[in-house]
Design a protein around this ligand. Structure first.
Ligand SMILES: [Zn+2]
Length: 339
């Protein structure tokens, strides 16, 4: 018996005193099975009475059902909740992407017991983020874009370096809503071309850091766009926490063809890109390679911080406020020529 003290009016001896909360091993019949579970009650020592308040009634009912679920091998309400939390998805949203009734998950987490079929699906989703990901993908036309991005980010952060294929997939999904305009340099995002560009830079620049690779990517895209009206990778660049970063930057360097290693330098962890010589370079044409070479040369003479500051203020001054995306054409006025 666990006891918790609690000064309250007692309905049995009709006095104010410490009402203990007790937990009692209880056996109830449920679905024709005798189920034992810990039930919670209030307890009056004077009269020896115990009773359940409204909260306890609810809690005890959940505990009974969870004990039943455990005995027949179904997920408990807490387990269902934790699956949902893992993907940062609400009860209704999860029900919706699974194609179930709006309140189905809410009921499973409170009053009802799921059948075996629903249990199998929830269990699969809990065990394998790709399953969840497939359901999200199938509902991409019906769910809000921000939520969609949130779920795909949950999945890719679970995978991190574990699975490369997911990096490619989630990059596509992050770009799903962007149309081909100056936000993406008039081209469709292409993970293989991103791999090609990063590897080209890594081959030419020994010890290439992830940060530098990110800036080189932007320069390559913007410079190419200003000369030919098309970017190279199709990445969109956003302004995030004082940095200009490509959308989906969390997954870009997890792409299969990019070999990133973490090294320690002066007690700081740094990410370096190792050239991947086995990666196919076939997707870039000669003109694009020329741009990459020009970018490397240009970068040596570039005052980086100054340049990226200018890019930011140019982006702000065209709209009066910070833009979600930095349109490629903004770079063309910034004396960034290919020579
Ligand atoms: Zn009492």
């Amino acid at each position: 018996m666990n006891k918790k003290e609690n000064m309250e009016f007692c309905p049995f001896c009709r006095k104010r005193h410490n009402i203990h909360q007790v937990e009692v091993e209880q056996k109830d019949l449920f679905h024709n099975q005798e189920i034992s579970y810990l039930a919670q009650y209030e307890y009056c020592e004077t009269t020896g009475q115990q009773w359940a308040n409204e909260d306890q009634l609810k809690k005890n009912s959940v505990r009974l059902k969870d004990a039943y679920r455990k005995s027949v091998g179904l997920l408990s309400s807490e387990e269902i909740k934790s699956i949902r939390k893992k993907y940062k998805i609400s009860q209704e949203a999860l029900a919706s992407i699974l194609g179930w009734g709006k309140k189905t998950i809410t009921r499973y987490e409170t009053v009802s017991i799921q059948d075996q079929v629903h249990d199998d699906v929830l269990r699969k989703i809990g065990e394998d983020p790709l399953w969840f990901f497939d359901f999200v993908t199938r509902s991409k036309d019906t769910i809000d874009r921000k939520l969609f991005d949130k779920y795909t980010t949950s999945v890719s952060s679970i995978y991190q370096n574990l699975n490369f294929e997911i990096a490619k997939k989630s990059l596509f999904l992050e770009y799903y809503y962007l149309i081909k305009d100056e936000k993406v340099g008039n081209v469709q995002v292409n993970p293989n071309r991103i791999e090609n560009v990063v590897n080209y830079f890594a081959m030419k620049i020994p010890g290439l850091s992830k940060n530098k690779a990110t800036r080189l990517l932007l320069l390559a895209d913007f410079m190419h766009y200003c000369k030919y009206d098309f970017g190279i990778t199709g990445l969109a660049y956003t302004y995030e926490r004082n940095y200009i970063l490509p959308k989906g930057h969390e997954v870009i360097f997890n792409l299969e063809g990019i070999h990133m290693t973490e090294i320690m330098e002066n007690d700081h962890s740094m990410f370096r890109i190792e050239p991947n010589f086995t990666s196919e370079m076939s997707l870039l044409n000669k003109i694009e390679i020329n741009t990459l070479d020009a970018v490397i040369k240009r970068f040596e003479r570039l005052n980086e911080d100054d340049y990226f500051d200018k890019l930011n203020s140019a982006a702000k001054s065209t709209s009066g406020k910070a833009l979600d995306y930095i349109p490629y054409n903004i770079a063309c006025d910034l004396e960034l020529t290919l020579n």
